[in-house]
Design a protein around this ligand. Structure first.
Ligand code: ATP
Ligand code: MG
Length: 405
């Protein structure tokens, strides 16, 4: 059990991290809080948390919301725009957003009592399992143009803070992949800054967007001004120190000791990627049957198990054809023999070890892996080599494939 009596697992490879196990990101949090303060002073602010899949965008946005609520008194809502199947029109978008505002805090009595009062016309029932919405009524109510959307947020701010002295609404728009390529969405962001401060209205609104850097650039290419009004915060890999802090905190919570040797193996394979940090932590924990101290050996067992889970989940179906094509068998054997291919390798390293040195087949094989997001090419001044996109994939390749299937 943790401090507030919940029983939680520190390892959650599929979900945003529980705040008790959140590590790092101090600079980004400081920046977001600074913008939040500016928004509470009456200026609309928009932040974009940019990073690769699994790098921790949702977790950071969630953690920042909690900090803003605690330190500044604003109230926030996290809206998921469903990646590739997101809302296609402005009206769909505002519906999804308002619906989520009504539903997303239903297990927190203090916020929900405010929400119930504000949106009573559109709520059929509030139960333990969630909120039932009167869809027709809500559909008629939700904003259908840009100014009314911002009016809605302003009114929401006023209504939420009627009885306290604080101000501010935080709106997190997550999983932007699809909506960000829609013109209405980019216009909506730009529109916010166009109408800011008009009629002396205060906009105590902070919008936090979560997506990849490509999605950001795509938005800017549609409307250049969007780049000027959005504060871009890039989320990078965690440092080794942060990864170690995470494992120390997690295993201590589970009452399991971890040695320096164990920590150094785990951190090496995590390579700063938060999603792998959770997966490797979970497998290390689950494969440590007698709850022994995690030393090098236990850590390697965990890493190996994590590589299998990772590979099977994300690669098995995709690389099946490659693994079973006899043409590529000699190349695969090189990866699986101990010629010390680790994270990076050169084409010559493989060719030198092949009996029949067919460059075209090797090229085909490497290109196929590149297309599957397994490896990428790295060029520097005097060298050119291939790099596995993460260490677990590299390890997965080195497990003889008879064992994998
Ligand atoms: N700062 C952190 N401290 C500890 N764990 C973290 C941290 N950030 C992310 N994680 C963990 O990493 C994994 C990925 O995090 P998250 O879902 O937030 O990433 P994401 O960038 O939103 O991913 P996606 O692109 O798939 O939406 C989750 O298991 C989460 O619990
Ligand atoms: Mg996410």
């Amino acid at each position: 059990m943790n401090s507030d009596g919940r029983s939680i697992s520190p390892f959650n490879p599929q979900q945003p991290v529980d705040p008790d196990f959140f590590v790092g990101r101090d600079d980004s949090i400081k920046r977001v809080l600074h913008r939040a303060q500016e928004s509470i002073n009456g200026n609309l602010r928009i932040i974009y948390l940019a990073g690769k899949k699994g790098i921790g965008k949702t977790s950071l946005a969630h953690y920042c919301r909690l900090c803003i609520e605690k330190e500044l008194g604003a109230i926030g809502f996290h809206v998921f725009l469903h990646g590739d199947s997101g809302p296609r029109t402005l009206k769909d978008f505002t519906y999804t957003t308002v619906e989520r505002i009504i539903k997303s805090r239903s297990n927190e009595a203090s916020v929900m009592s405010l929400i119930e009062k504000i949106f009573k016309k559109f709520i059929l029932e509030v139960k333990v399992g969630g909120v039932t919405i009167k869809h027709k009524e809500l559909n008629e109510f939700v904003p259908n143009n840009i100014p009314t959307f911002y009016d809605f947020l302003r009114n929401l701010d006023t209504e939420l803070h009627k009885k306290d002295k604080s101000r501010g609404v935080v709106l997190i728009l997550d999983e932007l992949d699809f909506v960000a390529s829609e013109q209405y969405f980019v216009d909506l962001l730009k529109g916010g800054s166009d109408i800011a401060g008009v009629d002396g209205k205060k906009d105590n609104i902070l919008i936090i967007l979560c997506g990849t850097i490509d999605v950001f650039h795509n938005m800017v290419s549609k409307v250049k001004r969007v780049g000027d009004i959005i504060d871009l915060i890039e989320i990078r890999r965690l440092s080794e120190k942060e990864v170690i802090e995470f494992y120390k905190r997690s295993f201590s919570y589970l009452s399991i000791a971890i040695t320096q040797g164990g920590l150094s193996v785990l951190k090496q394979f995590v390579d700063g990627i938060p999603q792998l940090m959770h997966l490797i932590g979970e497998e290390t924990y689950l494969n440590n049957h007698q709850d022994r101290a995690i030393n090098k050996r236990e850590a390697f067992i965990g890493v190996r198990a994590a590589a299998e889970v990772w590979g099977k989940k994300y690669l098995k179906e995709k690389i099946h054809k490659l693994f079973y094509n006899p043409k590529y068998a000699p190349i695969l054997k090189i990866f699986q023999s101990n010629i010390n291919i680790e994270l990076k390798f050169s084409e010559n390293q493989i060719l030198n070890n092949l009996i029949v040195k067919d460059e075209d087949v090797l090229f085909e094989f490497l290109k196929a892996l590149e297309a599957l997001n397994v490896i990428h090419k790295h060029k520097d001044d005097d060298d050119e080599y291939w790099v596995f996109n993460d260490r677990l994939l590299s390890l997965y390749f080195q497990v003889p494939h008879e064992n994998i299937y």
